[in-house]
Design a protein around this ligand. Structure first.
Ligand SMILES: Cc1cc2nc3c(=O)[nH]c(=O)nc-3n(C[C@H](O)[C@H](O)[C@H](O)COP(=O)(O)OP(=O)(O)OC[C@H]3O[C@@H](n4cnc5c(N)ncnc54)[C@H](O)[C@@H]3O)c2cc1C
Length: 217
C-alpha cells in the first residue's frame, strides 16, 4: 500500500524468524513494515509516514475486527452444537446429561450469550456501513472484546459437558479454545479496546450534556 504524501509505503515481509510460533503451533510468517525512500528519512517525513500508515491501518482494522468476530461466533456456535449433541448422547448418574438441570443451564446460557454477541456484531457492522469505521470505532471495539469472551465461556462449558473427552484430541474443543484465546490479545488486548470505549463514552456523555467534565481527564 502506497503512502503518497509521505513518499513511502507499507509492505508485508516474510518473517526473518521462521521458527517463531504462536500458541497453536503455526509459524508467524509475515510482518508489516513501513518502507521509506532515502529522501524521506528526515524526522518530519518519518512522522508523516507513521501517521499516514496508522490512518491506513485504522481504515482496514474495523472491517477486519468484525471479520474476526464473525468467525468467533461461528466457532462458539460449533462448540454449542457439539455440547448439545454430547448432552443428548451421554448417560451419567442414570440419565442423559440433557436431563440434568445444570447441563440444561449450560445450554441455555450459551444460547443466550451467542445471540447477544451476534446482535452486537451485527450492530457494529451496520454502523461501519452507515457512518464509516472511524465513527463506528466504539461499537467495533465492543464487539471485538465481547465475541471472544463469549466464545471462551461457551467453549469452557462445552468442554465441561464433554468431561475428559473435551480435553483430548477426539474433539476439536481444546484446540478451538486455544485459537479463540489468542483473540483476546491479537489485534489489541481487551484492556486497550475497553480504554478506548470508556474514553469515547465519556466524551459522548460530555458532548450531550449528560455529565459535566470540570477538569481535563
Ligand atoms: C496470534 C496473534 C496474532 C497477531 N497478529 C498480529 C498481526 O497480524 N499484526 C500485528 O501488528 N500484530 C499482531 N499481533 C500482535 C498483537 O497485536 C499484540 O500481541 C497485542 O497488541 C499486545 O501487545 P504485546 O504482545 O506487546 O503486549 P503488551 O503491550 O506488553 O501488553 C501485555 C498486557 O498488558 C496489558 N495492557 C497492555 N496495555 C494496557 C493498557 N493500556 N491498559 C491496561 N492493560 C494493558 C494487557 O493485559 C496486555 O495483554 C498478534 C498477536 C497474536 C497473539
Amino acid at each position: 500500500m502506497r503512502l503518497p504524501k509521505a513518499g513511502g509505503w507499507v509492505q508485508q515481509q516474510p518473517s526473518p524468524h521462521p521458527r517463531t510460533h504462536t500458541s497453536l503451533g503455526g509459524p508467524i510468517e509475515w510482518y508489516t513494515c513501513i518502507v521509506l525512500p532515502p529522501s524521506a528519512q528526515q524526522l518530519k517525513h518519518v512522522l508523516t509516514c507513521v501517521r499516514a500508515c496508522m490512518r491506513a491501518c485504522m481504515h482496514r482494522l474495523g472491517p477486519g475486527r468484525i471479520h474476526h468476530c464473525m468467525r468467533t461466533i461461528g466457532v462458539a456456535t460449533r462448540a454449542y452444537e457439539l455440547m448439545c449433541q454430547r448432552a443428548v448422547d451421554r448417560v451419567a448418574f442414570g440419565q442423559r446429561l440433557a436431563r440434568h438441570g445444570m447441563v440444561q443451564q449450560q445450554i441455555a446460557e450459551s444460547k443466550m450469550e451467542i445471540d447477544q454477541a451476534r446482535l452486537l456484531v451485527l450492530h457494529a457492522a451496520r454502523l461501519v456501513d452507515a457512518v464509516g469505521g472511524k465513527k463506528a470505532r466504539s461499537a467495533v471495539a465492543a464487539a471485538k472484546v465481547a465475541a471472544p469472551r463469549m466464545a471462551l465461556r461457551v467453549l469452557d462449558r462445552a468442554i465441561q459437558v464433554h468431561g475428559g473427552a473435551g480435553v483430548c484430541q477426539d474433539f476439536p474443543l481444546a484446540y478451538m479454545w486455544a485459537m479463540v484465546r489468542t483473540l483476546r490479545i491479537a489485534d489489541g488486548p481487551d484492556e486497550v479496546h475497553m480504554m478506548s470505549i470508556a474514553r469515547d463514552e465519556l466524551a459522548r456523555l460530555a458532548r450531550e450534556g449528560v455529565i459535566q467534565v470540570r477538569a481535563r481527564l
